[in-house]
Every structure is written in structure tokens, then in C-alpha cells.
Design a protein around this ligand. Structure first.
Ligand SMILES: Cc1ncc(COP(=O)(O)O)c(C=O)c1O
Length: 382
């Protein structure tokens, strides 16, 4: 097997030395300095109350994350909003757009439920139509998705990388089709940000949202949303609170005026330390370079595909290079995916079972030894 070194050290990802961890599509190993930043923030609050975390500090708490995440995707800091979870930010956006009765929303029937439920909830209220591109063996034909878009489409919402089989879409192509019909492209980047390069100018997405606890190597409790400049002042967020006002310390109960950038979607207090932790993780990934991480992860994924082929497994991740990501999903004939995941876990190899398949999701902390271990153990199990 070709030798591939990890891109990170065990010092930065202590958990990487304790198991063979191939489960980033579920939850990442968190970058150690992120955990330190989170705990330092909570500790300071415990020890000193608002002595250090005063009103100015609270107001400016997201500045570092705005800058870091903007830099990761080629945007400006003012294009970024911070929230507590992917679902929270998408729900607020879905109510801000709320396509009306004669409009439609286009998505796929293989997205993660949270990518779609907020639209479903809005559609129940406004009676807009929902159109799904239908997955065949979990794979979507991108042309079929594009054909669903017409002049009544208000939103196309896709996952940049699908959570099940790791299929990657050509966002530029989908954006072009959406924009031709004046529709918006909303992208769930939860399975791509930090692992697959994203350039907002090239991909043309109007909104990109991602959680922190997968490929960004950050914590639960924080998420980020990019909103294209042309859209920022047109949106009336679905969720509002004291932070939604342009001067959050003004307490003007009768005159809610939003900031004139993406931060109008920041509405409440949150576990602020998590935003500081994610800033550390994103800055670390910027140093490593997402292009380099992408190439590393694909090389590890190649080893997985090679090994699975030798077991005559049915690989359900796309074969086309441009549709592949770090996620490799497969069925091994004559085996039960739940049992395989459990037996691997008992042997210290962490993967996921999803539906009727097993899913491997290596990241920068994995090396070729991890993959060798997987196949030694799989041979034993089978
Ligand atoms: C594609 C995708 N979007 C969103 C989420 C989760 O969103 P949240 O962070 O709000 O739970 C997941 C979790 O697995 C996911 O795979």
C-alpha cells in the first residue's frame, strides 16, 4: 500500500493516537487549541464574570471568526454571520426567503434532513411547491436536478457534498442555472468546508452555511453563514433578538434596525467560547491549506476504494473524479453494515453505518497505516 503521512501532529489532535478515526463526516476530532480557547473563555467567565468579557468584548466576539471564515472561502468579513448551529441559521434564512404559493424550492431526496426540514416547514405555511431530484442508489444526476429549475423556482438548496455517499456537485453549474431563472442557490457546506476548496466568486452561491464540528475541526455549538453582498440587506431574518439591532446595547424596543451586512442574522447570546474555538480551527486549516487537505483526503480515499474493491464491495460513492470527496461509502456483500461498524469499533476503528451501507470519512489526521489497519480487521471480521 502506498505510504501517506498525516498532515497534522498528534499534539494538535490527541484523539488521533487513541483510535483509528475515520468518522469526520459524523463528528471530527477537534483541534486541541480550539478546545483550549473554548475552555479559557468559560474559565475566564467563571473566575471574573464580566470583568474581561465586558459589553465591548461581547459585541466584538465574532470579529475573528468573520475574518477567518471569510478568508477560507474568499469572501469579506461583513459577508459572514455566526450562529449556534447549521439548522438554526438555515431556519432563519428559510423564513427570511419564504417562497410564496406559486413558487417552488428545488433540492434532492438524499440531503441530510436538516438541510431540508426548514424549507419543508416554510412550504407547509406558504404552500409553495417542493421539487426533489431523485437519487438512484444515493447518487443524483446533476443534470436532472438542473432540469427541475424553472421561472417559478425561488430557491435551489443543495449540499455541496452529500452526507451519505460524499457526492460533490458542481456549484458553479447549478448557480448558473438558478440565476438564469432568478432563483437563489443556498448551499449546505457542512460536509465540505475545511475539506473541499470553496471560492465564493467561482461557485456563485448566494448563501453558504456550515456547522463547525465536522471538516472544520471545531466544536458543537457554533456555525457560520456566508450571504452574498447583493442579498444581505434584502433579507428579514426569521429569528431576531437583541443582537439583531444595529446597536445591540441600545435596547430600543420599538425600532429594530438591522446591521447592513450578514451580521443581521446574529440575534442572541450563545456559547461564545465555541466561536473563539472555531476561529482557532479555521486559522489552523488556513495555514495547512484546504487544497492540500483535499488532495491528501482523496489519496486516502483512493486507498479505501482499492481495499474495498479487493473485498468485492459495492462502492456507492461516485466514481467520477470531480464528484468524489473524502467520504467513501460501500456495501460489503454478505455482511450487515451495523455489525461491521460495531465490530470495527470494538477493534478501535471508528466509522459510521448509514442506511444499508458503511461510511468511511478520513481527514488530515489520517494516514495510510490507518487504512491498512481497517483492511486487516475487515479481513478478520469477514
Ligand atoms: C450535510 C449536513 N448538514 C447539516 C448537518 C447537521 O446540522 P446541525 O449542525 O444543525 O445539527 C449534518 C450533520 O450530520 C450534515 O451532514
Amino acid at each position: 500500500m502506498m505510504k501517506i503521512e498525516a498532515l497534522s501532529s498528534q499534539k494538535d489532535f490527541p484523539a488521533s493516537g487513541k483510535s483509528t478515526y475515520l468518522n469526520t463526516a459524523s463528528v471530527c476530532l477537534m483541534y486541541k487549541p480550539a478546545e483550549q480557547a473554548i475552555n479559557a473563555w468559560f474559565r475566564d467567565l467563571t473566575e471574573f464574570g464580566t470583568k474581561n468579557f465586558d459589553e465591548k468584548a461581547e459585541q466584538e466576539i465574532f470579529n475573528g471568526l468573520h475574518i477567518a471564515f471569510a478568508s477560507l472561502i474568499g469572501a469579506e468579513p461583513g459577508d459572514i454571520a455566526v450562529g449556534s448551529s447549521f439548522t438554526e441559521l438555515l431556519a432563519s434564512l428559510a423564513w427570511a426567503i419564504a417562497p410564496g404559493e406559486n413558487k417552488n424550492i428545488v433540492s434532492t431526496d438524499v440531503v441530510f434532513p436538516s438541510t431540508f426540514y426548514p424549507w419543508l416547514r416554510v412550504a407547509r405555511h406558504t404552500k409553495c411547491e417542493i421539487r426533489f431530484a431523485v437519487g438512484r442508489n444515493y447518487t443524483i444526476d446533476q443534470d436532472e436536478l438542473i432540469q427541475l429549475i424553472d421561472s417559478d423556482t425561488e430557491v435551489v438548496c443543495v449540499s455541496h457534498v452529500e452526507f451519505g455517499n460524499g457526492q460533490v456537485y458542481d456549484l458553479g453549474c447549478i448557480a448558473e442555472a438558478a440565476h438564469k431563472h432568478n432563483a437563489l442557490l443556498v448551499v449546505d457546506a457542512t460536509q465540505s468546508a475545511g475539506a473541499v476548496p470553496i471560492d465564493v466568486h467561482k461557485c456563485g452561491a448566494d448563501v453558504i452555511i456550515t456547522g463547525a464540528y465536522k471538516w472544520l475541526c471545531g466544536p458543537f455549538g457554533v456555525a457560520v453563514m456566508y450571504i452574498a453582498p447583493h442579498l444581505q440587506t434584502k433579507l428579514d431574518p426569521g429569528l431576531v433578538g437583541f443582537r439583531s439591532h444595529k446597536d445591540m446595547w441600545d435596547f430600543n424596543i420599538k425600532g429594530l434596525e438591522y446591521p447592513v451586512d450578514a451580521s443581521r442574522f446574529e440575534f442572541s447570546t450563545m456559547a461564545y467560547g465555541c466561536a473563539l474555538g472555531l476561529t482557532e480551527s479555521v486559522n489552523y486549516l488556513l495555514e495547512k491549506g484546504v487544497e492540500k487537505i483535499y488532495a491528501h483526503n482523496l489519496a486516502i480515499a483512493d486507498l479505501l476504494i482499492e481495499g474495498l474493491d479487493s473485498l468485492n464491495a459495492e462502492i456507492i460513492s461516485p466514481a467520477k473524479k470531480e464528484e468524489r470527496s473524502s467520504i467513501v461509502s460501500a456495501r460489503i456483500p454478505g455482511t450487515n453494515p451495523k455489525e461491521i461498524a460495531k465490530k470495527l469499533s470494538d477493534a478501535g476503528i471508528i466509522i459510521s453505518q448509514r442506511n444499508d451501507f458503511i461510511r468511511f470519512s478520513p481527514h488530515l489526521y489520517n494516514d495510510s497505516d490507518d487504512i491498512e489497519r481497517v483492511f486487516e480487521e475487515l479481513q478478520r471480521i469477514i
